[in-house]
Design a protein around this ligand. Structure first.
Ligand SMILES: *Cc1c(COP(=O)(O)O)cnc(C)c1O
Length: 217
């Protein structure tokens, strides 16, 4: 019951233009089903194998989002069903997603991950790398992928001004690249701790886990 209550409570606070990804990583399918019964159809996972196992077990009208870092050699396991890949940050990965999309006769939607946090360890492109990637000739050749927006994660800190600065930065990059790319419609930013702020800063898609499903080990 708690899951359904949490989910509906959060959903009631989200503006219409903001999509909720329920981040169900590490949680059993019974938890996902509780959210499903409460109406949720978009789930986010960060491990390809775990996502594929869950996909196999529960209703097929669920949209599965890969929100974690993707290893090239595992793309094939999600290519038949994944609906959006959030964390794409290299041409090499895009080429593999394209190849697997082709094999499955699909066009796979991707977000490019931008590095906005101070932490060195987080994945993602900087502004220059983004610019050269989206304008490269190679990317034009990839007919089985579609780049539909950007994703980013703010620094893990209580400093709201810092987080706001980072989200605002990502939003400005998004707006800039949107000008020449009509497919750019999704800005994925915001998690349990910072999604309200992310929405204030222009997020169109929030990835919320622990506030719906409870803490993870
Ligand atoms: C786990 C995770 C989330 C959800 O985090 P919560 O703090 O539990 O809401 C969001 N985005 C990414 C990329 C994650 O790995």
């Amino acid at each position: 019951m708690a899951i359904a209550t949490n989910l509906l409570q959060i959903k009631s606070t989200l503006p219409k233009h903001v999509t909720l990804v329920a981040v169900s990583k590490t949680k059993p399918v019974s938890d996902l089903m509780e959210a499903y019964e409460a109406g949720q159809r978009i789930f986010g996972e960060n491990k390809i194998q775990e996502m594929a196992e869950k996909w196999d077990q529960i209703p097929k009208d669920i949209q599965w989002h890969m929100i974690g870092h993707v290893q090239t050699n595992k793309v094939k396991f999600m290519a038949p069903f994944v609906s959006l890949i959030h964390g794409v940050d290299s041409l090499k990965l895009l080429e593999e997603i394209n190849k697997q999309g082709k094999k499955n006769n699909r066009i796979i939607d991707c977000l490019l991950q931008i590095h906005i946090a101070e932490e060195e360890t987080k994945f993602g492109l900087d502004e220059e790398e983004l610019a050269s990637l989206v304008s490269s000739n190679e990317i034009q050749e990839l007919k089985n992928i579609r780049i539909v927006g950007l994703m980013g994660m703010a620094t893990f800190t209580d400093n709201k001004e810092q987080v706001k600065k980072e989200f605002t930065h990502l939003k400005s990059i998004f707006d800039q690249f949107k000008i020449n790319n009509s497919q750019f419609t999704i800005l994925s930013m915001g998690m349990s701790g910072d999604y309200q702020l992310a929405i204030e800063c222009g997020s169109t898609m929030v990835r919320i886990g622990s506030s719906i499903f409870g803490g993870r080990n």
